[in-house]
Write a protein that binds this ligand. Structure first.
Ligand code: FES
Ligand code: FES
Length: 153
């Protein structure tokens, strides 16, 4: 076990874990941030996505020891129930969730993407989200939600 300081959602957080502990486990188990989900645990589904220094990253395959002083943003860092981020609001307005399990990854991937591409084509959105799996098959509404968020920015 080793002591680490990690910057999450603008706060310095201190944890004592094994260096190879996946960031996802630290976020959920040590910091009680349940936005990122455990799906495959293999970097294949996107449910665990967080943003690290502006990039969408799969936290299930990111050892904490590799995070260092980078800024980690989780779903909780975007908005709240009372004040949702415009992307979160767009997902609500488009009723994009069915079971909701993939939605953390969809929103965090969309956030990193829209920050770089504020006026994307629908094809570009589809391409950006292609690696995020949704077993409920609600992709058309998810793409609609991201396009709404882009229009409303
Ligand atoms: S849980 Fe991380 S990619 Fe599936
Ligand atoms: S809404 Fe169920 S997995 Fe996407």
């Amino acid at each position: 076990m080793k002591n680490f300081t990690v910057k999450v959602n603008g706060r310095q957080r201190h944890v004592k874990v094994e260096p190879d502990t996946p960031l996802l486990y630290v976020l959920r188990n040590d910091l009680d941030l349940k936005g990122p989900r455990f799906g495959c645990g293999l970097g294949q589904c996107g449910a665990c996505t967080v943003i690290i220094d502006g990039k969408a990253i799969r936290s299930c395959i990111t050892p904490l020891s590799t995070v260092g002083s980078k800024k980690v943003t989780t779903l909780e860092g975007l908005g709240s129930t009372q004040r949702p981020h415009r992307i979160q609001q767009a997902f609500i307005d488009a009723q994009a969730a069915q079971c909701g399990y993939c939605i953390n990854g969809m929103i965090m991937t969309a956030k990193a993407f829209l920050d770089q591409n504020p006026r994307p084509s629908e094809d570009a959105v589809r391409h950006a989200l292609a690696g995020n799996l949704c077993r409920c098959g609600t992709h058309p509404r998810i793409v609609d939600a991201v396009m709404r968020a882009a229009r409303e920015s």
